[in-house]
Design a protein around this ligand. Structure first.
Ligand SMILES: [Mg+2]
Length: 197
């Protein structure tokens, strides 16, 4: 099985939105999916009540690995005890997952076809420390600093989970390329993969 792991912002969609970038729907059709092009952004229905199966392309699995440090930034702002305007625009954990699942639906026709991972932590520029220290076994793995690209934690998570024969990471930033190198998998730039240049 060939595992395709996608970065999110600047690769599949415009940051903080579910506006799909050029070439993405076309590519997912080519992969064998039935994208819901033009699907209206809407809250994900109760994920536990969805039984509809998706036509899954043979020989490939797709997932998303995305840095969502905005969630960590919320933590930092909150820890300082002075919520400000910018906090209102920063995503929560729930919003990140809702967005990821909506994008999975738009690209594949199923909320659950694309496995998703997000890195919520980031380094506080003022203190040089992680927004939320990771305590092994006592926290969500999404807060593990090892998950934040350029570290390969999210990619390694998928490699362990799927045990694919081959794997490729598609992204638009140097840290994506570095994460792929650290996980020892192929990297393809999003502009190349989606024929945007
Ligand atoms: Mg990106």
């Amino acid at each position: 099985m060939n595992l395709l792991i996608f970065d999110l912002d600047g690769t599949l969609a415009v940051k903080y939105t579910d506006e799909i970038l050029p070439g993405v729907y076309e590519k997912f059709k080519e992969l064998g999916y039935d994208p819901k092009q033009g699907a209206i952004a809407h809250p994900m229905p109760n994920p536990y009540n969805i039984t509809r199966a998706v036509a899954q392309p043979e020989g490939i699995r797709t997932c998303i690995a995305t840095n969502q440090g905005g969630v960590g930034l919320r933590e930092i702002i909150e820890a300082r005890g002075k919520p400000n305007q910018s906090k209102l625009t920063l995503p929560t954990v729930e919003l990140v997952y809702e967005r990821l699942k909506t994008i999975s639906y738009m690209l594949t026709g199923s909320y659950h076809e694309m496995q998703v991972q997000a890195a919520f932590n980031l380094v506080d520029r003022k203190t040089g420390k992680w927004a939320k220290p990771y305590i092994h076994g006592d926290d969500l793995e999404q807060w593990n600093p090892e998950f934040r690209k350029p570290n390969p934690g999210m990619l390694n998570y998928f490699l362990n989970y799927f045990q694919p024969e081959t794997a490729t990471y598609i992204g638009d930033r140097p840290e994506d390329k570095q994460a792929a190198a650290a996980a020892e998998i192929e990297f393809i730039h999003a502009d190349t993969y989606f024929n945007r240049r």
